[in-house]
Write a protein that binds this ligand. Structure first.
Ligand SMILES: CC(C)(COP(=O)(O)OP(=O)(O)OC[C@H]1O[C@@H](n2cnc3c(N)ncnc32)[C@H](O)[C@@H]1OP(=O)(O)O)[C@@H](O)C(=O)NCCC(=O)NCCS
Length: 417
């Protein structure tokens, strides 16, 4: 296998062939442009087999909010292998290499991805995040006033101001913002029947808040809200009020509920509507989907971000394994080979980590970077991970302390990646 950076002139058609084989959009002009943008704006590595590209791995630059701090992040945004080159280890090695280069050259502290299934990316150190809640409801049930202002229509050509509004949008713990405006452009190009509405900031025409939607059923819905971007509570309510204003025509809207609200609080008699709509394509229901994974890439930076508003401090030995090292080229592994090792960790109002031999006076937590990343993000408590993760070992007293001290908001990405 020959691994090298993506060359747009040489590799675009080969990558489109792979897009076609794996069922990602690749045939229309918009889809071809979207694919080109996607491959070009971040770091894309390709692997050649018999003179043609048979695998690619593309990363995008991002920020991830941890409590009230932004960490530099790498998004593993696309991985694909052609049909003739499966199960040769191409995707695993390419993904690992691209990630390591982002850690070395761009200081990525954490990596995040949307998974096709649980298991594959576990081999590179990723652990599953918290589920998103996909809520579907009748916008006519919303108890939110119709906005007095009139929104502007938004289309693909508005990608720059939509992106600016998205990255300035409210983000909570775990919230991700992709850096490059072309990310939004590329997303808009692949959405069929996409349309948006925004409320503008006077006088410069920048967006204060906006919503982007898609649908296969324009007449009555369901409509999928692909995202809402808003900078404050009033913006969120105005967008919900706008959805409500479409209720004379549309029976159902799908939306990934943001971290800070529960849509049912705003619905009129949601249980009655739920029971009356069971089994319908316009069903009122909330479904949970654990679809993303994350891993720590820089243990020092990630632990430094743990600043908890409490007096209690916790110190323990950490024995951490990381499966990534054998997947890296020797040149890259010599510069970064994951975060496996033995450490002493401190967690509290100021937290940190020291690479050193275990302190015999402290309790020891042994686990993988996969599981520790889930714990650090707050996807699940230590006591639960000890039951389900299969690779976390610690005395019960330490688990109980971790549950009490490392008590974090549920992480919410807020960006389809
Ligand atoms: C996923 C994909 C990129 C893997 O490509 P590949 O080059 O065949 O992958 P690799 O050879 O590096 O790794 C395959 C290994 O992962 C394993 N694997 C795949 N899915 C797995 C899962 N859900 N759980 C555990 N292991 C899994 C395979 O069994 C295989 O194991 P082996 O190395 O012991 O034989 C390829 O199947 C593909 O292009 N799929 C369609 C596009 C897609 O879904 N991309 C991912 C987007 S998030």
């Amino acid at each position: 296998m020959q691994m090298r950076p993506y060359d747009p002139t040489r590799d675009h058609e080969d990558c489109l062939r792979i897009y076609g084989e794996i069922g990602w959009a690749s045939s229309s002009e918009n889809e071809r442009r979207a694919a080109a943008l996607h491959q070009e704006i971040g770091r894309t590595l390709v692997a050649e087999v018999d003179g043609g590209v048979e695998c690619f791995a593309s990363n995008q630059d991002a920020r991830l909010r941890y409590l009230d701090q932004d960490l530099p992040a790498c998004i593993v945004a696309g991985v694909g292998t052609g049909r003739v080159a499966r199960r040769k280890g191409l995707a695993k090695r390419l993904t690992a290499e691209a990630l390591a280069l982002d850690v070395i050259e761009k200081d990525a502290a954490v990596a995040v991805l949307g998974m096709f299934d649980q298991g594959f990316y576990d081999q590179i150190g990723f652990g599953t995040g918290a589920p998103d809640k996909l809520v579907s409801f009748d916008p006519g049930d919303l108890r939110v006033p119709t906005p007095t202002g009139t929104p502007v229509r938004l289309g693909v050509d508005d990608w720059e101001r939509m992106h600016a509004n998205r990255v300035a949008s409210l983000r909570g713990h775990g919230g991700v913002a992709l850096e490059h405006p072309a990310n939004t452009h590329s997303e808009l190009l692949i959405h069929k029947n996409g349309f948006g509405f925004g409320f503008e900031e006077e006088p410069d025409g920048a967006l204060r808040h906006h919503v982007w939607m898609t649908t296969d059923a324009v007449r009555q819905g369901p409509y999928a809200v692909r995202w809402m971007a808003y900078r404050d509570r009033e913006g969120l309510l105005e967008l919900l009020g706008f959805l409500g204003s479409m209720a004379d025509q549309i029976h159902c809207v799908f939306w990934v509920e943001p971290w800070e609200i529960q849509v049912w609080d705003l619905l009129d008699r949601p249980w009655r509507r739920r029971m009356l709509s069971v089994g319908s394509k316009h069903e009122t229901i909330t479904r949970a989907h654990p679809w993303w994974q994350a891993r720590i890439c820089n243990l020092e930076a990630c632990l430094d971000a743990v600043r908890l508003p409490m007096r209690e401090h916790l110190r323990f030995n950490l024995e951490l394994t990381d499966p990534i090292a054998p997947l890296l080229t020797p040149e890259t592994a010599a510069r970064w080979s994951g975060v496996g090792g033995t450490y002493v960790v401190e967690i509290g109002s100021a937290s940190g980590v020291e690479a050193r031999a275990p302190d015999p006076a402290l309790p020891t937590l042994s686990t993988s970077v996969n599981t520790f990343s889930r714990l650090w993000l707050g996807a699940l408590p230590a006591s639960g991970l000890a039951v389900t993760a299969g690779d976390l070992d610690a005395p019960d007293t330490l688990l109980a302390q971790l549950d009490r001290v490392l008590c974090l908001p549920t992480p919410f990405l807020g960006w389809e990646i």
